[in-house]
Design a protein around this ligand. Structure first.
Ligand SMILES: NC(=O)c1ccc[n+]([C@@H]2O[C@H](COP(=O)([O-])OP(=O)(O)OC[C@H]3O[C@@H](n4cnc5c(N)ncnc54)[C@H](O)[C@@H]3O)[C@@H](O)[C@H]2O)c1
Length: 382
């Protein structure tokens, strides 16, 4: 029997809307997935943004008003990729329509917006809702997560999860909505990149008990639409030092989100170190996973060793891709969607899943505490 079709619509045909539309076209790469998505509709307030979607034969509806999509009974799932100040209204409207939602991070512009989305969900439990975070779907990241879950760390010493950019190094780069608090939110770079650094820690049960943060606004003005300088009032870099627990042991957990980290382009890094073992992975070298052991060296003594593994192509959902081939950003988007739609179908099992609404809302509590910590120069409990 062929898998049932799930009709998908996109609200926001910008950078991420196009990325997701393209990823869904690669669905046949997945082996025995329980559903078959078809992108049938797209909405953007900018009619020019809709033209790109002419490339995709299955798209039958293009509109500038998302109410058209909510009223369309043929649509099952909506992916929303718009400015942060628009999340709360559009997410709650989608939930109230009874359709499923894959929401983009940061899941509302702040903690209050995230709570409003949770409240709408509580009224409409039939709406299946998850939040986007694709980087943990790199095969190397999955290997690192499984390593930690295996207990191989022993007594934990410390862990770190980072997301690093350098896209704002050029001080003449024009302002855009992601660099303005009114559209991006008070949490600034934490709103932009923080979900990427908290998805894995929270899923491993590493909920911070307290945070001490260091926030920087490095470039305070940028050229506006007419070339004149306008305020660029968001945090560029944020480091959060927190205390969390692994197997009951309290340990330092650090997350870093940086828009200005010279040399980095979308680098996601995870590292966890314990007395018995350690693991680290960075998308900078996307095949490489390193694991730590202490072992007998032939002809030598007992030594501390970082070993290297090539992760290959396989992630959460099996694909036809040769196991030794390389994986990249677009593959992680496909895997995230495979996990999202399998979980919606009830077929994900114990595989790694997309961010749950309560996890997404918790990141805002963490960011709020981080802002307070920075302002008051002290650790803040959660
Ligand atoms: N998961 C990731 O790796 C990742 C990467 C980048 C951005 N994002 C997130 O995706 C979201 C969108 O970011 P982007 O980079 O795609 O932004 P973008 O500015 O490239 O695209 C947003 C689009 O939304 C459209 N839009 C604005 N208001 C709308 C409305 N009311 N109805 C329909 N369309 C509307 C705009 O015209 C624009 O085309 C944000 O939440 C951002 O944080 C996620």
């Amino acid at each position: 029997m062929s898998a049932p079709t799930v009709n998908i619509a996109i609200i926001g045909g910008g950078l991420m809307g196009r990325e997701v539309a393209a990823a869904i076209q690669r669905w046949p790469a997945l082996i025995d997935h329980p559903v078959r998505p078809r992108l049938t509709a797209v909405c953007d307030i900018n009619p020019d943004a809709l033209d790109w979607f002419d490339e995709i034969d299955s798209v039958v509806t293009k509109t500038t008003d998302y109410a058209d999509l909510l009223a369309d009974d043929s649509i099952d799932v909506i992916y929303v990729a718009v400015r942060h100040d628009l999340h709360e209204r559009i997410y709650t409207d989608v939930i109230r329509s009874g359709k499923s939602l894959l929401a983009e991070k940061p899941f509302g512009i702040d903690a209050d917006a995230a709570q409003a989305v949770l409240a709408a969900l509580a009224e409409h439990p039939e709406a299946f809702v998850r939040c986007s975070s694709e980087m943990p779907f790199f095969p190397g990241a999955q290997l690192a997560i499984d390593y930690v879950r295996s207990g191989a760390l022993g007594t934990i010493i410390e862990a770190r999860n980072s997301f690093l950019h350098s896209s704002d190094l050029d001080v003449n780069k024009p302002i855009n909505w992601k660099r303005q608090t009114q559209f991006c939110g008070e949490a600034g770079v934490m709103n932009d990149l923080g979900m990427h650094t908290w998805h894995v820690p929270l899923r491993l049960g590493w909920v911070p008990e307290s945070v001490f943060s260091v926030l920087q606004n490095i470039v305070e003005e940028r050229p506006g639409p007419d070339g004149l300088a306008v305020p660029c009032d968001t945090w560029d870099n944020a480091v959060i030092h927190s205390w969390a627990r692994h197997d009951g042991v309290r340990f330092p957990l650090t997350t870093e989100t940086k828009r200005i980290d010279p040399g980095q382009k979308n680098t996601w890094e995870f590292e966890a170190i314990g007395l018995d073992g350690g693991v680290r992975f960075s998308t900078k070298n996307p095949k490489l996973v390193e694991v730590f052991t202490v072992q007998n060296i032939p002809g030598g003594g007992r030594e501390q060793v970082w070993q290297q593994i090539d992760a290959g192509s396989q992630s959460v959902w099996p694909t036809v891709t040769g196991p030794n081939f390389e994986s990249g950003f677009s593959d992680t988007i496909l895997q995230m969607w495979a996990a999202f739609l399998a979980e919606r179908h009830g077929s994900l099992g114990d595989r790694f899943g997309t961010v749950r609404p309560e996890e997404a809302a918790r990141t805002h509590e963490i960011f709020r505490a981080a802002i307070r910590s920075h302002e008051e120069g002290r650790a803040v409990g959660l």
